[in-house]
Design a protein around this ligand. Structure first.
Ligand code: ATP
Ligand code: ZN
Length: 284
């Protein structure tokens, strides 16, 4: 049985469960449950506070875990980061009251900075040889400057609206973070290792399919070569002749971020009847 620790509730909870679901693993998550056993994969899921997951994984109570890279790096436990998971994006940033002048990190010298990430902040300051005071607090970091507890904060930001509401502006970004899969060394050996690799293979297939679309289109044969240049596909596009003389149907895979650009180029090459479909899994 493989044991995975995921966040009990909070920003990573839903996406962690969805990832398991997309891996074809059914997990029931009853209210307030501490653990749950998957019905169709030898997997036990522990629901924990994200801050506790690195310790549980390094102690071997759980074999694998899903946490933010920020927590992985801050906790400095004896665990490995296996892969990034493509959700939970945020950044760890230093922010100051809007009215405070700020030109460069040198202006942090002598300042008191409140944070729940003392290790990551200390590293940032040490690397730049900035003498600042770190004030370690566990929650509601963003109100610290407003109540006179600190001159600046170092906290997680995604949209920046929390900073804005509290009259703060972002002045430095320390780390770009997203959810990551972590494990301990033992999780890669024996039967646990086999199950771990099976899970990782499924996760990679889900990740490969994310942000990709399957595309089908009809094109005049005279433009096929140019179309192939626009559509790199996985290995090469699939081409099937159409009943209509001089035309073919082409099928390929397109990355979402270049999708519209590709479509425009295809249209200019006289492509017709373009169909776009989601891809659920991609096994490479
Ligand atoms: P827990 O009760 O598990 O300790 P928490 O309050 O520490 O929960 P959340 O706020 O749910 O944690 O955030 C969990 C993770 O989600 C963070 O460690 C981070 O990796 C990620 N995350 C993504 N966007 C944000 C954001 N805007 N603010 C905070 N965390 C974010
Ligand atoms: Zn936490």
């Amino acid at each position: 049985m493989l044991r995975i620790a995921i966040q009990k509730s909070g920003r990573l909870h839903e996406d962690s469960l969805s990832l398991l679901k997309e891996c074809g693993i059914k997990v029931r998550n009853g209210n307030g449950q501490l653990k749950s056993v998957a019905s169709n994969f030898p997997l036990e899921v522990y629901f924990l506070r994200d801050d506790d997951i690195p310790q549980y994984v390094s102690d071997g109570v759980a074999d694998v875990g899903i946490i933010g890279k920020n927590v992985f790096l801050e906790k400095e436990k004896d665990i490995r980061m296996v892969t990034e998971l493509g959700f939970g994006q945020c950044r760890l940033s230093i922010a100051m009251p809007k009215s405070s002048p700020y030109q460069s990190f040198k202006d942090l010298a002598g300042k008191k900075i409140a944070t729940s990430y003392p290790n990551l902040l200390r590293k940032f300051l040490e690397e730049r040889k900035v003498p600042a005071e770190i004030h370690n607090i566990s929650g509601s970091v963003e109100i610290a400057p407003g109540i006179g507890l600190a001159d600046a904060i170092c906290d997680l930001v995604s949209s920046g609206s929390t900073l804005f509401t509290n009259g703060l502006r972002e002045v430095e970004t320390i780390l770009y973070s997203e959810a990551v899969l972590v494990n301990n060394r033992m999780a890669e050996t024996g039967e646990t290792g086999n199950l771990f690799r099976k899970l990782l293979f499924r996760i990679e297939s889900v990740k490969n399919a994310a942000n990709t679309k399957y595309i089908m289109l009809n094109v005049p044969n005279v433009n096929l070569d140019k179309i192939f240049n626009v559509l790199p596909g996985l290995k090469s596009p699939t081409v099937v002749p159409l009943a209509e003389e001089g035309w073919s149907s082409v099928q390929s895979v397109v990355k979402e971020d270049v999708f519209w650009e590709v479509i425009e180029k295809l249209k200019s090459l006289k492509a017709e009847g373009i169909l776009v479909m989601p891809i659920e899994k991609m096994v490479l």
